[in-house]
Design a protein around this ligand. Sequence first.
Ligand code: NAD
Length: 417
Amino acid sequence: MGTEHNIFSIVQQQLDEAAAILELDHATHQMLRQPQRELHVSLPVRMDDGSTKVFSGYRVQYNDARGPAKGGLRFHPDETIDTVRALAAWMTWKTAVVNVPLGGGKGGVVCSPKELSPAELERLSRAYVRQVGRIIGPSKDVPAPDVYTNPQVMAWMMDELSAMRGYNEFGAITGKPIPIGGSAGRSDATARGGMYTVREAASVLGISLAGGTAAIQGYGNAGSFAHKLAEELLGLRVVAVSDSSGGVFSDKGIGVESASEHKQTFGSVAGLPNTSPITNESLLELDVDVLIPAALESVITSSNAGSIKASIVAELANGPTTPSADKILHDKGTYLIPDLLCNAGGVTVSYFEMVQNSYGYYWSEDMVHERLDAKITDAFHQVHNASKEYGVNHRVAAYLVSVSRVAEAMRLRGWVS
Ligand code: NAD
């Protein structure tokens, strides 16, 4: 695999660029180029047909200098240790950019969740916790949902961990259902935080988004809520949406309810009535005001970046743009809101969930929205200002803000001098 698509190499390249600007000393730079610790696990799971299948899983604690490691758990057939390392590194920068007192971690299990029955999925989720339970906990490392994991998976994992500990360990897993320690406002937090950053980008660009257009790639937690909130909060008309089975386009706009219902019934947005089909590749190149990649990594590369027409690219997915594509977009004046910042709403509300779990007193949805808005808006302007001050693109600027915070924590703790 070339370095343009190996996402851990991409993470290291992005860090190297920031380290050079910040003139980080060698030891600090080396610490930040590799995970602090990682666990590789084998998970024997009893399948419905009576056989036992062994799955591979990982948990990477990239850096916990600023607080417990924090990051999602992904169930995906293409999961690799390098993907998990990259995502764990991004979590480290993300918690630092929004300035919540957490480090970065990530987990993954190599599996095809769509081929598992609910009972098999439950047994797999519990098996994962039995293996990683020894290194997770509210003051160690706190998993959350990511691609193909959801509040139900979090509920099973929290229950298994609680059984292992002998008491309710609500604060060890976030993204739980509300009746068992979840936070109001967590389900749409990633998309909501992203829409707040799009609002701020439009404001610094001096453009109005009301009546403008958007295209969204990926129609899971991040993408489907982005559809709803792009309409509700920004007045955008969403003209194209897609998922792993294909996409749909309508110049008149795609209704969020009809798209969600279609996805619920048929497992995909593809084939939605009164729309025309569009490929995932063409969706990215549509002439829209806001492009929202909300699926997987490395979809905007040196091959298609020149054809991206959106004025704002809001990276709800982690790592959708490669470094060479970054340069192309920056040179042509696209306002890219980097993943670290754009999708940090999820981890911010996960942090709020941990806080609420720790004192057992829960906030209203309005309070969550207000506090999320304050955190994200503040982070947006710190990144925007760093970009102006150092004359760098927004991704490098986000790294400058976050890497300097993690480096300072390591220095204050005496890990490096
Ligand atoms: P999800 O599992 O809920 O949804 C993923 C969506 O992407 C699905 O609609 C799937 O069909 C689609 N998809 C998968 N492969 C695709 C492909 N090749 N082309 C087009 N679409 C494809 O996952 P999610 O939680 O919405 O996560 C999506 C992205 O957002 C990931 O990069 C994830 O790391 C990131 N993210 C999620 C959260 C969160 O809170 N859920 C937080 C931060 C970042």
